[in-house]
Design a protein around this ligand. Structure first.
Ligand SMILES: C[S@@+](CC[C@H](N)C(=O)[O-])C[C@H]1O[C@@H](n2cnc3c(N)ncnc32)[C@H](O)[C@@H]1O
Length: 289
C-alpha cells in the first residue's frame, strides 16, 4: 500500500504534503524519495513526543521536511507556522507504531506485564487507561470495550475490573489487565489472538480519543486542501473505516478514488502481520465548494 499512497500523492505535482502520522517516517521517506522537486514542502506531525526525540537522534536528513509534535487535527496550526495557505496531499496511517508497541514503559504491549497501564500516545496530556478504568462505571467500561474492541466478553471484563476495584485495588499494570482478560475471555480456537488484544485496543482508542480526532479531521480537512489535492487514510478499525468511507462518499467536497478499500498484498502481510486488517481509502478534493 505505501506504493499506492506515494503514487497518488506525487502524481498531482504537489507543492505541500502532510504526513499526519509520522511514526518512524516510512511514508515521509518514500514521498521524498519519489520526487526530486526541491521546492516541495513536507510537513510531518505525530502526537507522540517520543517520535520527535527519536527523529532528533536519527534525522531523516532532508531539508524539505519539517516535523511537528501534535495531532494531525492541528495541521492548520502547522500550516500557519510555515505560512502555508493550502496543501495538496495528506496521508494518515492510523493506530500504533512498532516502536510504541516495543516500548516497555507505555503499556501498549500486554507482553510487558510490569508496565503501567498507560496507553497514551502523548504521556504529557490526558489520563492513563488505569485512571480511566478506576473512575468509569461498569457500563461505561463494558460499552467501550464492546464498541472499540468488538469484544464479546466486554460485560464480563467490566464486571471483573469493578469487582477487583472493590475487593482489592484498581487495575494498575498491564499484567493485571491482561490477567482480567485471561480470566474472562475464552481462548480463541486456534490460539491466534491473545485474550487481551481487543480490550487493549479499546482502551487505547478511548484514552487517545482516536475516533474523535479522526471525525473532527474528516469534518474540516477539506478546508485545508487546494482543489485536486488528495487525502489517503489507512485505518485498522471498522469504525474508522466506516467514518472515512461515509465522508468520502457523502461530502460533496470529496470524490472517492477508491470505491472499495485497498488491502495489503499477501507479501505485505507476511512482512508485517500487523498490516492484516489495514484498509486504505483515497479521495480527491473537488474544484467546487
Ligand atoms: C501506524 S503508526 C505510523 C507509522 C508511519 N507511517 C511510519 O511509516 O513509520 C501511527 C502513528 O500515528 C501516531 N498518531 C496516532 N494518532 C495521532 C494523531 N491524532 N495525530 C498525530 N499522530 C497520531 C502514533 O503516535 C504513531 O506514531
Amino acid at each position: 500500500m505505501p506504493d499506492e499512497i506515494v503514487s497518488t500523492l506525487i502524481e498531482v505535482n504537489p507543492r505541500v504534503l502532510v504526513d499526519g502520522t509520522f511514526g518512524a517516517g516510512g511514508h515521509s521517506r518514500r514521498l521524498l524519495a519519489a520526487t526530486a522537486d526541491e521546492a516541495i514542502v513536507l510537513i510531518g506531525l505525530d502526537r507522540d513526543p517520543e517520535v520527535s526525540k527519536h527523529h532528533e537522534q536519527n534525522p531523516l536528513d532532508d531539508s524539505r521536511l519539517t516535523l511537528f509534535v501534535g495531532s494531525y487535527e492541528k495541521t492548520p496550526k502547522a500550516m500557519k507556522a510555515m505560512e502555508i495557505d493550502a496543501i495538496d496531499g495528506m496521508v494518515l496511517d492510523l493506530g500504533l507504531s512498532s516502536d510504541q508497541l516495543a516500548d516497555r514503559q507505555r503499556g501498549f504491549s500486554f507482553t510487558h506485564e510490569d508496565a503501567p497501564l498507560d496507553l497514551r500516545f502523548d504521556q504529557e496530556t490526558g489520563h492513563t487507561a488505569a485512571d480511566w478504568l478506576a473512575w468509569s462505571n461498569e457500563k461505561e467500561i463494558a460499552d467501550a470495550i464492546y464498541r472499540f474492541g468488538e469484544e464479546r466478553c466486554s460485560r464480563r471484563i467490566a464486571r471483573e475490573v469493578v469487582a477487583r476495584r472493590r475487593r482489592e485495588a484498581p487495575v494498575k499494570t498491564v499484567g493485571q489487565m491482561a490477567d482480567v482478560c485471561r480470566q474472562c475471555v475464552p481462548r480463541s480456537r486456534n490460539h491466534d489472538i491473545h485474550p487481551a488484544t481487543r480490550t487493549f485496543q479499546a482502551l487505547r482508542i478511548v484514552v487517545n480519543d482516536e475516533l474523535g480526532a479522526l471525525e473532527r479531521t474528516l469534518q474540516s480537512a477539506a478546508n485545508w486542501f487546494r482543489p485536486g489535492g488528495r487525502l489517503a487514510i489507512i485505518s485498522f478499525h471498522s469504525l474508522e473505516d466506516r467514518m472515512v468511507k461515509q465522508v468520502f462518499r457523502d461530502d460533496d467536497r470529496w470524490t472517492p478514488l477508491t470505491k472499495k478499500p485497498l488491502r495489503p498484498t499477501d507479501e505485505e502481510v507476511r512482512n508485517n502481520p500487523r498490516s492484516r486488517s489495514a484498509k486504505l481509502r483515497i479521495a480527491e478534493r473537488n474544484e467546487m465548494n
